[in-house]
Structures are given as C-alpha cells and as structure tokens.
Design a protein. Structure first.
Length: 80
C-alpha cells in the first residue's frame, strides 16, 4: 500500500490537468491492489479494534467489480 497510494494520489492532486482522462481513469484500477493489500493489513483476530477491514474492503472489491462489469456490459452510449 505504501507504493500504490502515492501512485493513485499524486497524479490526481498535482498533475490532473497534464494527464489525460484515460490515464487517470486507468489509475483508478490501482484500487484493487490497494484494497487487497489492506485486506491483509490487520489480522482478523484483532477484532474489535481493526480486524473488520478484510470483510469491509472485500465487499468493496466485490461491489466495485460488479459495478465495473455492469458498466462494461450494459453501457449504451459511447462518447468520443
């Protein structure tokens, strides 16, 4: 996560106008790497002080994937 977080945030903060939309959109897929790394950040037996991160981010990964698949399959308009 230490490597991925700057790759996600710095281009969005400092280079937003210089980087094309497609590249910025592609950088959002680093969410998968970040979320999976965070799932293993705290052991599940650390409840109630932090062991809940794996199920929470696991459900976020599932929702993000389902949303991306829905948009990819059912997108009705293509903007050029």
């Amino acid at each position: 996560t230490v490597i991925v977080t700057p790759l996600i945030t710095f281009p969005m903060i400092y280079c937003k106008k210089k980087i094309s939309y497609e590249i910025r959109k592609g950088l959002h897929y680093l969410f998968y790497v970040f979320a999976i790394a965070m799932c293993f950040h705290v052991p599940p037996n650390a409840l109630p002080n932090g062991g809940f991160i794996a199920p929470v981010l696991g459900s976020c990964i599932v929702l993000y994937t389902l949303d991306a698949m829905y948009v990819y399959i059912f997108m009705t308009e293509k903007i050029e």
